[in-house]
Structure formats: structure tokens, C-alpha cells
Design a protein around this ligand. Sequence first.
Ligand SMILES: *[C@@H]1O[C@H](CO)[C@@H](O)[C@H](O)[C@H]1NC(C)=O
Ligand SMILES: *[C@@H]1O[C@H](CO)[C@@H](O)[C@H](O)[C@H]1NC(C)=O
Ligand SMILES: *[C@@H]1O[C@H](CO)[C@@H](O)[C@H](O)[C@H]1NC(C)=O
Ligand SMILES: *[C@@H]1O[C@H](CO)[C@@H](O)[C@H](O)[C@H]1NC(C)=O
Ligand SMILES: *[C@@H]1O[C@H](CO)[C@@H](O)[C@H](O)[C@H]1NC(C)=O
Ligand SMILES: *[C@@H]1O[C@H](CO)[C@@H](O)[C@H](O)[C@H]1NC(C)=O
Ligand SMILES: *[C@@H]1O[C@H](CO)[C@@H](O)[C@H](O)[C@H]1NC(C)=O
Ligand SMILES: *[C@@H]1O[C@H](CO)[C@@H](O)[C@H](O)[C@H]1NC(C)=O
Ligand SMILES: *[C@@H]1O[C@H](CO)[C@@H](O)[C@H](O)[C@H]1NC(C)=O
Ligand SMILES: *[C@@H]1O[C@H](CO)[C@@H](O)[C@H](O)[C@H]1NC(C)=O
Ligand SMILES: *[C@@H]1O[C@H](CO)[C@@H](O)[C@H](O)[C@H]1NC(C)=O
Length: 342
Amino acid sequence: MSEKVNTTYVENRYNEPAPRPGVGQKTKRHCARWWWLHLIIFCVVFLIIALCLVYVAMPHIAQHDVNKSTLTFTELDFLEPTADSVTITQKGILHSSSMYTPTLDPFTASSWLVTNGTFGANPILTVEMPKIHAMHGDNNVSVSSQVASVVDTNQLNAFTIAALNQEYITTALTGKTKLHEGALPVTTVSYNKSTTYKGLNRLAGFNVTSPNINLTAATGAPNFSGFAFIPNPSIMTFAMGNVTLSLATAQAGIIGNATVENMTLVPGNNSLPMTAIIDQLSVIGSMDKSGNVLLEITGTSAVYNGVHLAYYEAALKSNVLSLEMNIAAVLAGSAASAAASA
Ligand SMILES: *[C@@H]1O[C@H](CO)[C@@H](O)[C@H](O)[C@H]1NC(C)=O
Ligand SMILES: *[C@@H]1O[C@H](CO)[C@@H](O)[C@H](O)[C@H]1NC(C)=O
Ligand SMILES: *[C@@H]1O[C@H](CO)[C@@H](O)[C@H](O)[C@H]1NC(C)=O
Ligand SMILES: *[C@@H]1O[C@H](CO)[C@@H](O)[C@H](O)[C@H]1NC(C)=O
Ligand SMILES: *[C@@H]1O[C@H](CO)[C@@H](O)[C@H](O)[C@H]1NC(C)=O
Ligand SMILES: *[C@@H]1O[C@H](CO)[C@@H](O)[C@H](O)[C@H]1NC(C)=O
Ligand SMILES: *[C@@H]1O[C@H](CO)[C@@H](O)[C@H](O)[C@H]1NC(C)=O
Ligand SMILES: *[C@@H]1O[C@H](CO)[C@@H](O)[C@H](O)[C@H]1NC(C)=O
Ligand SMILES: *[C@@H]1O[C@H](CO)[C@@H](O)[C@H](O)[C@H]1NC(C)=O
Ligand SMILES: *[C@@H]1O[C@H](CO)[C@@H](O)[C@H](O)[C@H]1NC(C)=O
Ligand SMILES: *[C@@H]1O[C@H](CO)[C@@H](O)[C@H](O)[C@H]1NC(C)=O
């Protein structure tokens, strides 16, 4: 015993006072007798820390990493609309910065319209999200041709109005799901992700190209034709069915109706055949000195397979398009082409 104390003293190269031998001895004796108790305490403390890490920190880390992930849409299609459902294709990129590569179970996500940071009163519709194995970095997350039921038609109206009129639109997906990470216990995480993407921006750039007035059209038959040129700067595709637009001028009021059959707006420039029945006298009465007419064009109905789509009609009515057309030139061109073909 005393030999060991001496060794300690010798090894103290800094010449500091050695610990009082009494304390060391006492501690050693205590340790020797109660080592098993120390081991048990150590094990219990280790277990508590490990369990805390697994059951308290792990769900927190999982939720934290889910919170930190981002979702970007690359494609959103709204096809085969009915009065209360729409077939959705949604392609997106989930970006994960987590060091883990967890798997999220499939879950039902609610899609919300977010206006100036405030969630709508109810979800717009629900989407069945697939199982997601989130790798570090970008992950493709897609939903294909899913018939999504509309939860709240008022929210769907608000969404279509915002999508048509705004330069940017924000929606959120929310839901709860189970997260699996290796052998760690399964935890429940909340998913609540807002995504901002481009809207249709009031169809800025709308035009009617290749306009033609048919002077020989029978009464009640379309006597105007052309192409509705509609830029769609968004990643969204909307199938709206047969769309009717009312044509008006400030001078004469309503001067006619136009129809675009099977109007589906895809991303990029759309050029869709359009026919109209317009009242010639009213149009000529609305011309200024140089032959220009300022047309006000408002979508009035959207009918898909015989069903009126109130949510598209609400959006179309919310956006009055103005288009200046030189009717004198159109008439001259139409007369020339009619003469050429005769
Ligand atoms: C995750 O985000 C929600 C709010 O969206 C917040 O209440 C919660 O504390 C966050 N959780 C973690 C672990 O960061
Ligand atoms: C959102 O904010 C914009 C600009 O700050 C404002 O013009 C618009 O009216 C707001 N919309 C709503 C619904 O509060
Ligand atoms: C995502 O899908 C696109 C094609 O749709 C593919 O080019 C890309 O490599 C995919 N990315 C990942 C991370 O799988
Ligand atoms: C999602 O988070 C936002 C705040 O970022 C909150 O206002 C909203 O109520 C949350 N929605 C759900 C369904 O948890
Ligand atoms: C519409 O297109 C014609 C050519 O087809 C062009 O002359 C005219 O400036 C365009 N109008 C608008 C508002 O873009
Ligand atoms: C003009 O209308 C007549 C009668 O409806 C039709 O036969 C003819 O094909 C139309 N011409 C054009 C260029 O649309
Ligand atoms: C177009 O048709 C309407 C209704 O059939 C008719 O009132 C109008 O005069 C026609 N206009 C032209 C330019 O043929
Ligand atoms: C346009 O259509 C509406 C309803 O379909 C009809 O009542 C109206 O007379 C039409 N207007 C013109 C100018 O043809
Ligand atoms: C519109 O769709 C129907 C059914 O798919 C088709 O029969 C019709 O030819 C289409 N019309 C146009 C103008 O594409
Ligand atoms: C769409 O049309 C506009 C105006 O004509 C043109 O500037 C633009 O390059 C076109 N975009 C595409 C993708 O073709
Ligand atoms: C649009 O109208 C045409 C002719 O009436 C019809 O054949 C077609 O099925 C309609 N399209 C849709 C999508 O309902």
C-alpha cells in the first residue's frame, strides 16, 4: 500500500503536493468493496441516456429533419375535372439535408391554400402521398393520375382564382406519418410544408392570332375564327373542358360569344382554336378612327363532359382580359382571303 503512495509521489514531476494518502486509500477501499454498485449505477445511467436519445431525442431529430426538408413542384396537372373531384398528377423534389436516410410511410396529405402566410379555413383537397425513402439531397416524389376528392369547394374556388390571377401562389401539404430509420423505434412525424410556385399571372400576353371574319357564315353559325394565344408561365396544367367567353366593348356592351373547345392549358405558350359568333354592326360601331376595337373578354362557362365546373367558372369570371384588335385590318384580310379562295 505505502509503496504505491510513494510511486504517486515520485511520478509527480511538477512537485505539487501529493493528495493526502488517507483520501486515496479510503476511495480505493470503497471502490474495491462497492464496485458492483458503481457498475449498476453506470449501467442505469447509460441506459437512461441511451433511452432518452432513442425515445426523446430521436423523435425530435426526426421531426427537426422533416421540418428542415423542402418541397419544390416541377409539375402539377389538374385533369379530368368533375364537379367534386379532379385527377391530379404532382411531381416534386423533396430536398433533405439530414444525415439520416429515413423512410416515411404513405400518408394522406391535405393540400391548403396559403394566402399571405395564412392557411385557408379548410384544405382544398386531399392527396395520397406515396412511401418516401428520403436520401440525402434531392428525392423525386410523385403522385400520378390520382383522383383527389375536393374537401371544400370554397377553398378550391379560392385556389383557382389565385392560380389564375397571381404571379406566385403558395400551397401547403400537411399530414402525419410514421418515420422508420434503421433499427431505431418508429416515430410519428408531422408534415407541414409550404411551397411557392408560379401562377398564371392573369394570362398576361393573351392574344387572338390569325383572326378571320367569315362574311358568308350562316346565321347562328360561327362567323369569327382565330387562335386564342395563352401564355402559361406556371408548371400547372388545367383541363377546363369547353370554355365559353363573352366578348364586349365599352361602347356596345356584349357583342358576341367565343368558344374554345377542350381548353387545356399546358405550361408554355398555348395556341388554341377559337370560334365566335360576333355581331358585326356592334363591332363596327365600337371601332375608333383607325379601325381598332378594345375587346373585353371574360370567361363565362367551363363545361367538361356536360358538367359545369363552378371552380373554373369562378376563376375565369375573376379575370377580364382586354385586347385591342384592328377590326378594319381583320375585315380587309378576311375579305381578301375569301376572295382568294373563291
Ligand atoms: C417543427 O415545426 C413546427 C412548426 O411548423 C414546430 O412547432 C416544431 O417545434 C418543429 N419541431 C422541431 C423538432 O423542430
Ligand atoms: C396579401 O398581401 C398583398 C400585398 O401585401 C395584398 O395586396 C393582398 O390584398 C393580401 N391578400 C389578402 C387576402 O390579404
Ligand atoms: C428525378 O426524375 C427525373 C426525371 O423525371 C430524373 O432525371 C432525375 O434523375 C430523378 N432524380 C432523382 C434524385 O431520382
Ligand atoms: C402548419 O404550420 C403553419 C405555420 O407554419 C400553421 O399555421 C398551420 O396551422 C399548420 N397546419 C397544420 C395542419 O398543422
Ligand atoms: C397580338 O398578335 C399580333 C400579331 O398576331 C400583334 O401584332 C399584336 O401586337 C399582339 N397583341 C398583343 C396585345 O400582344
Ligand atoms: C364561313 O361560313 C360558311 C357557312 O357557315 C362555311 O361554309 C365556310 O366554311 C366558312 N368559312 C370559313 C373560312 O370558316
Ligand atoms: C355573325 O353572326 C351573327 C349571328 O349569327 C350575325 O348577327 C352577324 O351579322 C354576323 N356577322 C358577320 C360579320 O357575319
Ligand atoms: C352569348 O351566349 C348567351 C348564352 O349562351 C346568349 O344568351 C347570348 O345571346 C349570346 N350573345 C351573342 C351576341 O351571341
Ligand atoms: C374535344 O374532345 C372530344 C373528346 O375527347 C373530341 O371528340 C373532340 O374532337 C375534341 N375537340 C377538339 C376541338 O379538340
Ligand atoms: C411564348 O411566346 C412569347 C411571345 O410570343 C415569346 O416571347 C416566347 O419566347 C414564347 N415562349 C415559348 C416557350 O415558346
Ligand atoms: C366539348 O364539346 C364538343 C362538342 O360539343 C364535345 O364533343 C366534347 O366532348 C366537349 N368536350 C368536353 C371535354 O366535354
